[in-house]
Design a protein around this ligand. Structure first.
Ligand code: ADP
Ligand code: F6P
Length: 464
């Protein structure tokens, strides 16, 4: 059987905590199949030479972790300036936050070449290579230029915006062409696939050849939606663990006479945090019965703090949360518990289960795994309600959640109130439908569907 080689910028020991959907999902997917996981070590060599880096190997259960150090210059230009400072905002429809003049593109190309060079030395001819996310879009093109003929698939964890937004990227043509070096490209949602198809036909003059195939530059590329899932059993087992049970008991006693709401994410402007806090404030103002009762625990873990837009967001959230507690807090109750720290993964299920309502209201999100984890953690006999942004990829699969437009503060507040008041039978019905789909379309289904489709391209391409 072929070996699976997964490549991503961020990697994590699958047996440890990781904040970020990619590391969590890939850890779970790889643990099941074994294989190699290749990526950045997380180490920055202050006086390192650009385009060079040391490789370290270690075994983590069934997974061989192979990591690459980056020089300070490479890290800053490839990861901070281009991936986080240009690609992330553009892919999340935030042209206003993209720093197109940062000059990071040279480092982005250089690090993709470095990844290709180091990876090529480790590849076997029958490996199946699966590349992840926007940091590594040109990786297959680099590997092909070095003579690699293995099947190579790519999965984009974040959204792909419509062509006219993508076109604001000075390098959009080069980046989108380089996708044709892959055999299969997967997106999170049907909306993303539609945007790709419009781009491919209008900008690249690619031809639709049926069966998910697009032909251009002498190559057929398969393109499909593969919505990522979670490991439902693993998450439910986590909920049964001692840490989670102890924490649940504590939360239930602390909030016995109150209603708990929860939000959990990396602190990122794509997550709609200021809009969410404003909707919560409107809830307290418009529905006074929540005064003294509704309590939002908002966890926003530190992320990409040396990128300016993130520092600005932190300042905004600190001021907004202070204002809300100042306006509504009482001597024995604060409406908002805002925590700018990581929470151990094993404690998340208790937080989710104790909360009557989860607020998952990104302005844009490729998928959003927190929405799925919240549903998996609920008690089926007395489940909480998920309030979900229609702009999260998860909304395509989770129609039984209460869908909101996070820009519409008053309607979002109204929907949160509806969630808090939802009768038990309706909560159970919605939860049952959501959980059934979560189980059917879990992280293993995602991995198997993608790899099956990648294998199938091999057969197609070999036809005369
Ligand atoms: P993204 O990939 O943009 O960070 P997702 O919602 O898809 O967003 O995935 C986030 C993952 O990281 C989830 O598995 C979630 O449980 C975890 N996570 C997010 N924020 C935190 C946090 N503050 N503490 C612990 N885990 C977190
Ligand atoms: O899931 C989207 C994503 O951008 C991943 O690629 C990334 O690993 C994660 O969010 C966390 O971000 P970062 O790696 O920049 O800390």
């Amino acid at each position: 059987m072929s070996r699976l080689v997964v490549v991503s910028n961020r990697i994590a020991d699958p047996r440890k905590t990781a904040a970020g959907g990619l590391a969590v999902a890939l850890g779970q997917a790889l643990e099941a199949s074994g294989g190699m996981w290749f990526g950045w070590s997380g180490r920055i060599v202050e006086d390192g030479t650009p385009g060079q880096g040391e490789v370290t190997q270690q075994q983590a259960g069934a997974v061989q972790l192979v990591t690459l150090d980056l020089s300070r210059e490479d890290h800053d230009s490839y990861y901070l300036n281009y991936s986080s400072g240009v690609l992330w905002p553009v892919l999340h429809y935030r042209l206003d936050l993209a720093d197109f003049d940062s000059g990071g593109i040279a480092g982005y190309r250089r690090v993709n070449q470095l990844f290709a060079q180091k990876l090529k030395a480790l590849l076997r001819p029958d490996d199946i290579v699966w590349v992840h996310d926007y940091h590594l879009i040109p990786l297959a093109a680099e590997l092909r230029a070095m003579g690699c003929e293995q099947r190579i698939g790519f999965f984009l964890h974040v959204p792909l915006p419509p062509p006219l937004i993508l076109a604001a990227l000075p390098e959009h043509d080069w980046l989108m062409r380089s996708l044709f070096a892959y055999d299969l490209v997967g997106f999170q949602s049907q909306a993303d696939v539609t945007h790709f198809e419009r781009y491919a036909s209008d900008e690249l003059q690619a031809q639709w050849v049926g069966q998910h195939g697009w032909r251009a530059f002498g190559k057929t590329l398969q393109v499909q939606a593969f919505p990522i899932g979670i490991d439902v059993d693993e998450f439910q087992a986590l909920a049964e663990g001692k840490d989670a049970r102890d924490m649940l008991t504590q939360l239930r006693s602390d909030y016995a006479r109150r209603r708990l709401l929860v939000g959990v994410e990396r602190m990122d402007y794509s997550k709609g945090l200021p809009q969410r806090l404003k909707a919560f404030r409107t809830l307290l103002q418009n529905y006074p019965e929540n005064q003294g009762s509704a309590t939002l625990i908002q966890i926003a873990s530190p992320s990409r703090e040396s990128v300016d837009a993130y520092a600005a967001l932190r300042a905004e959230l600190e001021s907004l949360s202070g204002a809300i507690n100042g306006e509504h807090g009482e001597l024995d109750w604060m409406p908002l518990r805002y925590i700018h720290r990581n929470v151990a993964r094993k404690r998340l299920p208790a937080l989710y289960r104790a909360a009557a309502v989860a607020l998952v209201t990104p302005l844009r999100d490729g998928m959003n795994l927190v929405a799925k984890e919240y549903v998996a953690a609920q008690d089926p006999d007395d489940p909480g309600v998920l309030v979900l942004s229609r702009f999260a990829g998860a909304a395509e699969q989770m129609k039984e959640a209460l869908l909101v437009n996070p820009y519409d503060t008053a309607r979002t507040a109204e929907t949160i109130q509806r969630a808090l008041q939802m009768p038990l039978a309706e909560r159970q019905q919605r939860h049952q439908a959501l959980l059934a789909r979560l189980r059917a379309q879990d992280v293993h289904w995602w991995r198997e569907r993608f790899l099956r489709a990648l294998q199938a391209t091999q057969e197609t391409e070999k036809e005369p």
